[in-house]
Design a protein around this ligand. Structure first.
Ligand code: B12
Length: 132
């Protein structure tokens, strides 16, 4: 099973951060990947910080993951809506399950489901990874 973990924060969309220029690695996703590896589950991570939506869509099509795991905070909601719609309308990605987690999902779980998330994980995600 191909599992791709990502976030949808693109530095090019954040004028304030471009002035500060202190981007950071996606800690939550890295924790999940490390935990998965310990349990013999292979994952791939795409850190989209220095990428853009067009490039990410290309990568999605090339990798064609069975599971796409997305970290979400409130800043990346709109991008999720766009990307999840793109996945649902794309024949090539029709089998990709979308699983979401991170600080924003607890407050907006139902809305994310309405916007094409298959599974919303609230909290640390340990049990779900074991099931996968
Ligand atoms: C440290 C931190 C930062 C650091 C990041 C450092 C780093 N290396 O990651 C800095 C200062 C850069 C930062 C920036 C911002 N932050 Co901040 N930050 C935090 C803080 C204090 C800790 C985050 C952390 O590292 N947690 C540890 C990791 C392991 O946990 P995690 O990321 O949540 O991931 C776990 C689970 O959520 C889950 N999970 C995560 N992703 C996924 C994905 C899937 C598929 C699954 C299944 C599970 C899952 O599993 C992970 C492992 O258990 C939190 C507050 C908090 N206590 O959580 C705020 C917090 C996350 N930040 C917040 C905000 C708003 C921001 C900014 C948007 C601020 C801004 N206006 O610019 C930016 C976002 C920039 C971006 N790139 O998106 C908010 C988010 C609110 C929301 N509802 O979305 C929080 C919750 C603070 C708050 N209460 O307001 N932040």
């Amino acid at each position: 099973m191909k599992i791709l973990l990502t976030h949808l924060y693109f530095l090019e969309e954040d004028k304030a951060e471009q002035k500060i220029m202190k981007p950071y690695p996606p800690m939550g996703l890295l924790y999940i990947a490390a935990f998965a590896e310990k349990n013999n589950i292979k994952t791939e991570i795409i850190d989209n910080t220095f990428s853009n939506k067009t490039e990410f869509k290309k990568q999605l099509n090339n990798l064609n993951p069975d599971v796409l795991g997305v970290y979400l905070n409130f800043k990346t909601r709109r991008n999720f809506i766009e990307i999840s719609k793109y996945i649902r309308n794309n024949e090539n990605l029709k089998n990709t399950k979308i699983i979401i987690g991170g600080p924003d999902v607890k407050y907006n779980a139902e809305k994310y489901i309405l916007h094409n998330a298959d599974i919303v994980v609230i909290g640390k995600a340990k049990k779900l990874l074991l099931i996968l």
